[in-house]
Design a protein. Structure first.
Length: 394
């Protein structure tokens, strides 16, 4: 039996031998299997990342060097495509950077970490063109469709050797682009890497980069679930387009409501969004009483866009609740009767979201001892952060 201990070893394995790997990564019954460390890391990424829309990628281990290669290809694409857009008298796009688990690929590359990623999420910023007679959101969606369509037309005409255009088209939709890059591995073999284009718009590109930056060396869903739980409990959206609320005839509605609503941007400021949310709910009451922050909100430092911490967000949520309680907003513009009720609701929603991952059906693919150990590790991580959030949000 061939036994692989490192990812470099894996990349040096012949395609014929790799072909014996099961597509579901059930390596238990294969005469070839990864070493325990490599297998565990690969299985972990398979469970938690959004990649692998095509079987072609499943023989490529995405290391920091592989991400470096994909960034070079993205730079080439953005430069060429922007020239194409110029010829059409359309505004350029901004190719920003990898986000999610690949945020710190440069640090990982410089430190020589034996790191592996499930896929590459690359954030790009489109302009927002006035293409409809409706609202901002409809214009954004129409712009995304237009630019995505032009991108594929351009890629088909250019026939770049670094892009598998046919497979990319199969994986994509008018509003979601997944590109399959063809890269050269160290052993001279060809590797395939899935690039998910995470689209934002130029007016809130800075916020989007911040929102998609996870706690360093911690899975993105850990912090991301707290943002979304906080928003959902308040009937807001705290996603890539900033903190937003929906209204119908000047009356705030749950974010989930679609018909007959308009959106309002509350904040797109990493340092000030907690205060902006507190001010928003205070303003909804129509009171003439002066707005005043609680001492805890005055001292809240804001989220560091380059090094976010979940503890900082927890403190911010609590500080916002202190402010609203001081202003007497609970039971009026806030549906909860007290700070304690609000914080408990956020913690409970966070627990529900984390437990969805804990009980993921993907875990059923674990057959080997290494994969089962990986599941145990992921579940321990989930339990750790549920405990942390519950202990501090009270």
């Amino acid at each position: 039996m061939k036994f692989i201990k490192t990812f470099e070893d894996w990349n040096n394995v012949s395609p014929e031998l790799k072909a014996h790997i099961d597509e579901d990564l059930d390596l238990t019954n294969s005469f070839f299997r990864l070493g325990s460390e490599a297998y565990a890391k690969l299985f972990e990424e398979f469970i938690l990342e959004g990649g692998w829309s095509t079987v072609k990628t499943q023989n490529t281990i995405i290391t920091p060097q592989v991400i470096a290669d994909t960034v070079k290809i993205m730079d080439k694409i953005s430069t060429g495509f922007n020239l194409h857009l110029m010829s059409l008298d359309l505004p350029s796009l901004d190719a920003l950077r990898p986000v999610g688990s690949g945020t710190w690929w440069e640090d990982d590359l410089q430190s020589g970490m034996d790191k592996v990623y499930g896929d590459v999420d690359f954030m790009i910023a489109y302009p927002t063109l006035k293409l409809t007679d409706k609202g901002e959101r409809e214009d954004e969606i129409a712009t995304v469709k237009l630019y995505n369509d032009e991108l594929f037309k351009w890629l088909e005409s250019e026939k770049l050797p670094e892009v598998d255009i046919e497979e990319s088209k199969k994986m994509s939709s008018p509003t979601s682009v997944k590109l399959l890059f063809v890269i050269n591995l160290k052993d001279g073999e060809t590797g395939y890497v899935q690039i998910d284009l995470v689209v934002t718009h130029k007016e809130y590109a800075e916020w989007s980069l911040f929102r998609f930056t996870p706690v360093k060396n911690v899975k993105g869903f850990v912090l991301g679930n707290l943002y979304s739980s906080f928003g959902e409990v308040l009937d807001l959206s705290i996603q890539t387009r900033g903190v937003r609320a929906k209204f119908e005839n000047s009356v705030m509605q749950p974010w989930s409501k679609r018909k007959n609503t308009t959106e309002e941007l509350i904040s797109a400021d990493a340092n000030g969004f907690i205060d902006d949310i507190a001010r928003f709910f205070w303003a909804q009451s129509g009171t003439t009483k002066p707005y005043q922050q609680s001492d805890s909100l005055k001292s809240w430092p804001g989220m560091d866009p380059n090094d976010p911490k979940i503890e900082t967000l927890i403190d911010g949520i609590s500080a916002m609740a202190d402010t609203l309680q001081q202003l007497g907003e609970f039971g009026t513009t806030i549906k909860f009767q007290s700070k304690d009720q609000l914080l408990k609701a956020v913690a409970n929603r966070y627990t529900e979201k984390m437990m969805t991952t804990y009980n993921s059906s993907k875990f059923n693919k674990a057959q080997s001892d290494e994969a089962k150990a990986t599941i145990k590790k992921i579940r321990a991580l989930i339990e750790k952060y549920i405990k942390l959030v519950k202990s501090k949000l009270k």
